[in-house]
Design a protein around this ligand. Structure first.
Ligand code: FMN
Length: 187
């Protein structure tokens, strides 16, 4: 029974290690219902005080132009980037509620980051590829206004979403044995 379970289900550890940030997507759309389902899984992330400090803006179809055009405006030579943005099926803008108190701000930021990784893992398990991108538009007042990001909200990133056209090679991580300090005597 135990073996059968292993054969038919990925373990969390497998999904964590096998996930890759996807750079080439198929143009097939990812159903909005599926994205919402993945987000409903992702929001089970730990978040202190259950503040749930997140909301989302999904750019799809012609809605992607708001992002593609904003990138183009920065530099007319970025036509290739415009095309890339328009060819990715959807872009999810992840927005964090900012808290004026530093500790709570940091907790909120950490919670949103764990939620985004939940999202990437849940998506990977279902064959949906993602890459988490940041770019200067995060702080661009005009762009923020265009998509309705209010004062007191921070854009955490743009999650590009689509079915993978190619899966990049893994990038090895430093073994934790090299990074771990163990303190087991009184100081
Ligand atoms: C906060 C954050 C911002 C990122 N921004 C970008 C980005 O702007 N452009 C990009 O190509 N990748 C970006 N990435 C993805 C990383 O480059 C990627 O995770 C890293 O290369 C490791 O690859 P892997 O996710 O396939 O293991 C970002 C990741 C994080 C967590």
């Amino acid at each position: 029974m135990e073996n059968l379970k292993e054969q038919t289900h990925s373990t969390v550890a497998q999904v964590i290690k096998e996930r890759r940030s996807i750079k080439k997507f198929k143009t097939d759309p990812v159903p909005t219902d599926l994205i919402v389902e993945l987000l409903n899984t992702a929001v089970w992330a730990p978040n202190h005080g259950l503040r749930e400090p997140w909301r989302f803006i999904l750019l799809k179809d012609e809605g992607k132009k708001v992002l593609a055009d904003a990138i183009m405006k920065k530099n007319e030579e970025l036509r290739k980037k415009w095309e890339y943005v328009m060819n990715v099926p959807s872009h999810l803008v992840v927005v964090m509620k900012e808290d004026p108190r530093q500790k709570q701000w940091e907790e909120n930021f950490a919670a949103v980051c764990t939620m985004v990784q939940n999202l990437q893992l849940a998506a990977w398990e279902q064959g949906v590829g993602m890459i988490w991108k940041t770019n200067p538009l995060i702080h661009d007042p005009k762009f923020r206004e265009k998509i309705g990001v209010e004062q007191g909200e921070k854009i955490i990133g743009f999650i590009h979403i689509g079915y993978p056209e190619a899966i990049p090679e893994k990038k090895d991580r430093t073994p934790v044995e090299e990074l771990l300090t163990i303190i087991d005597t009184e100081r």
